[in-house]
Design a protein around this ligand. Structure first.
Ligand code: PRP
Length: 208
């Protein structure tokens, strides 16, 4: 069995659709229940639904052989895994955003609220800008509104959340999309099967 960690939620359903179309179906996964593990011995795969930000941990530690994780998570946590394929789904960008009309005073330390502290630190270090990181776990958009920070570093997909909170994107840091990742030891011992899965998924990627 190849163990596959799928990110729970809308992205995971798309990912499963790609696996199924590539020949790794497991129909019971679409039944609406609370089970977290599904397997299809005929196609030799076992799927787990995992919190999206935990996929890389399962794969890095070998509890899953492969998985699908956002590039945001890979950049932030740098798990020791192989990144095999850009699936071109879950596309969004990591961006700096601020209140509409915000003017950066470069003489002052910039207060940056984010979940992605490493990405933010590296980005501003590259600019040689002094920052004060404020690590939040959610509702990041509130920080500049309430004066907790000057800017935020967060994921922007449609831009709707920013717009509805009177914020605007200031700078794109990096484009993000979902990636197929593999455990390093599994890849070594099961390279044939994992490469076949990757090839199958490659055939399902939609480019615009
Ligand atoms: C992200 C991000 C924004 C939102 C942006 O949150 O933190 O809140 O998406 O999307 P938009 O540009 O289409 O409005 P996500 O839904 O990933 O959940 P989270 O709050 O758990 O991070």
């Amino acid at each position: 069995m190849i163990n596959v960690a799928l990110p729970k939620g809308r992205l995971g359903e798309k990912v499963y659709g790609m696996f199924a179309a590539a020949g790794y179906e497991c129909p019971s996964i679409l039944e609406n229940n609370r089970r977290l593990i599904f397997e299809n011995p005929a196609s030799g795969v076992r799927y787990f639904w995992v919190k999206p930000s935990d996929v890389a941990i399962y794969v890095e530690r070998g509890a899953a052989d492969v998985g699908v994780a956002g590039k945001d998570i890979l950049l932030e946590y740098r798990p020791d895994v192989y990144e095999l394929l850009d699936l071109n789904i879950g596309r969004c960008r990591m961006a700096v955003a601020a209140k509409v009309g915000f003017h950066d005073d470069v003489e002052k330390t910039l207060r940056v609220a984010t979940k992605f502290t490493r990405i933010a630190r590296e980005y501003y270090a590259g600019l040689g800008r002094d920052i004060d990181i404020i690590h939040l776990n959610g509702s990041i958009e509130l920080a500049p509104i309430l004066g907790l920070s000057d800017v935020i570093v967060d994921i922007v997909e449609t831009g709707k959340t920013l717009l509805e909170n009177n914020l605007e994107p200031v700078e794109t840091i990096v484009p993000i999309s979902a990636r197929l990742i593999a455990n390093k030891a599994s890849f070594k011992f099961n390279s044939g099967r994992i490469e076949t899965i990757a090839e199958g998924l490659k055939g399902q990627i939609k480019y615009d």
